[in-house]
Design a protein around this ligand. Structure first.
Ligand code: CS2
Length: 494
């Protein structure tokens, strides 16, 4: 039986695949909530390169919020895992050493809170996905009647379960321990992620008993910063084949492999409460304002990604690469970007949005990344507002007919309405609002009806679109065509 990757077997791994920093003796300076594949291939990779270049005690305590499986993968490996980087024609592999501690929040709550309150920790980062913020996607406000939020506020002794609960209780411990300032850095694809998280922490804090709330609000205002950030790297779910490729390169097995593309980008608002890793030495950009970068990324990359995911999944394409290879789907996305998304965005300094559009379609086409359409299609209710509805609204304001973006939203509506792909295969609706969505469309018999029922959900569509003179008609027309002709034919006809 082949040995497993860990600190002991690391010395048997080919030298050029070993991490650029020595994991032994690397102290923890960052707590990360949401130790999924994305974090391991993005912020952890930047952090490791920053340590290699500039030093610092910036090991990561990685906290898994939902899946104990991550602990099973990484804890026996002393936090080590391989990053496989697939360029299409060339693959590189490197073991990453930045994650120094792995905790499952539900089982090791006290340790997580103690880490957030540790004076050696100066940064708390988060990738808990859109739905992990316990917020209303249309307004960004806290779901203050959500049972899990209320349970965390009540603090019945079992420990917080939501990311916000952990964060707020951890900050409270830090305040009581007088452990000094800390930066909380959201790395999720949310609009204004820093300000949104700051607002949610404040709303959650306000639900605590008045005296506690007042003290914590004042301390947080003085000691905690919540910079915004734009993160970008495509990181599909790891497959057994990826793990086999890594084992062949390493000579040891690795259950924690992540697979990604060569491209990576991180723009961080330069607003830190205390010290931080020298991420700029690893290629991150520290900017006074990240909002323009964030809008471009969410509307262009994520907006097209979701469009390809719904159309592709309806048409039976398993991967994003297969979907973008369809001329009709690709043409639709190209037109949507050129005619609707780019004209309603301000390009950040030095960025050519047409080049960026071409580059991202090239990234989607990377044949080595088998990014499943079903994975990107997940949680549409949480993603639609910032990815597609923002463009629909911006077009309406600019006097542009949002044909392409409405078609994309209609593809999501079709995905919600049908329980089969176009070729008759059954499929799941993986979304935290799935029960609400299913109930809304259950007895609908026409496209108009579906559009009316879904637009009436303010948590996704706000209150404006249902009464818009143009948008409901565009959606109903596109949904009728998608239903009658199937995604490929409907998209091909434009
Ligand atoms: C994707 C993103 O799953 C999704 O919804 O659109 O995870 C995407 O791959 C990343 O944002 C790329 O940076």
């Amino acid at each position: 039986m082949t040995a497993r990757l860990d600190l002991r077997t690391l010395d048997t791994v080919p030298r050029e695949l070993r991490p650029p920093v020595d994991p032994r003796g690397l102290g923890v300076g960052i707590v990360h909530l949401g130790l999924g594949a994305f974090h391991r291939a993005h912020q952890a990779a930047y952090t490791e390169d920053a340590i290699a270049s500039a030093g610092g005690r910036w090991g990561i305590c990685g906290v898994t919020m939902r899946s104990a499986a991550v602990v099973g993968q990484l804890a026996p490996q002393d936090g080590l895992y391989t990053v496989l980087c697939d360029g299409g024609t060339r693959t590189t592999a490197r073991v990453s050493a930045a994650v120094r501690e792995v905790l499952f929040a539900a089982e090791r709550t006290a340790e997580v809170l103690a880490r957030i309150a540790d004076p050696a920790v100066r940064v708390v980062t988060l990738t808990v996905t859109e739905k992990g913020y316990s917020h209303d996607p249309a307004t960004g406000r806290l779901l203050c009647r959500d049972a899990r939020v209320l349970a965390d506020v009540a603090d019945d002794g079992t420990g917080p379960r939501t990311a916000l609960g952990l964060l707020v209780r951890g900050l409270q411990r830090r305040m009581r321990a007088d452990a000094g300032p800390v930066t909380v850095l959201s790395c999720d694809n949310l609009p204004h992620n820093g300000a949104t998280l700051r607002g949610l922490v404040a709303e959650f804090t306000d639900l605590l008993p008045a005296a506690e709330a007042t003290a914590l609000r004042a301390w947080t205002d003085a000691q905690v910063r919540f910079p915004g950030s734009m993160v970008d790297r495509i990181v599909p779910a790891t497959t057994d084949a990826d793990r086999e490729r890594a084992a062949a390169a390493l000579g040891v097995t690795d259950a924690g492999v992540v697979v990604t593309e060569p491209f990576r980008q991180w723009v961080i608002e330069d607003d830190f409460a205390a010290s931080r890793p020298a991420w700029e030495r690893a290629g991150a950009v520290l900017a006074p304002d990240v909002a323009p970068y964030e809008r471009v990324k969410l509307r262009m990359l994520n907006g097209s990604h979701s469009t390809l995911a719904y159309l592709g999944a309806l048409a039976g394409c398993r991967s994003i690469a297969d979907a973008v290879a369809d001329d009709g789907f690709r043409g639709l996305v190209e037109r949507m970007l050129a005619d609707e998304v780019i004209p309603t965005l301000d390009a950040p300094d030095g960025m050519d949005l047409r080049d960026y559009a071409g580059q991202l379609l090239g990234r989607f086409a990377n044949p080595a990344l088998r990014h499943r359409t079903a994975q990107v299609a997940m949680d549409g209710s949480q993603k639609l507002p910032q990815r597609l509805l923002a463009t629909v609204r911006a077009c309406r304001e600019a006097g542009i007919e949002p044909r392409g973006s409405a078609f994309a939203v209609a593809a999501w509506m079709r995905w919600v309405w049908t329980d089969r792909t176009d070729d008759g295969a059954p499929r799941d609706l993986d979304d935290p609002l799935a029960p609400v969505l299913r109930t809304a469309v259950a007895d609908c018999t026409s496209a108009e009806q579906v559009v009316g029922r879904l637009l009436a959900l303010p948590e996704i569509f706000g209150k404006d679109l249902i009464d818009d003179p143009v948008v409901p008609g565009l959606l109903a027309d596109a949904l009728a065509r998608l239903t009658a002709d199937g995604a490929r034919t409907a998209a091909g006809r434009g």
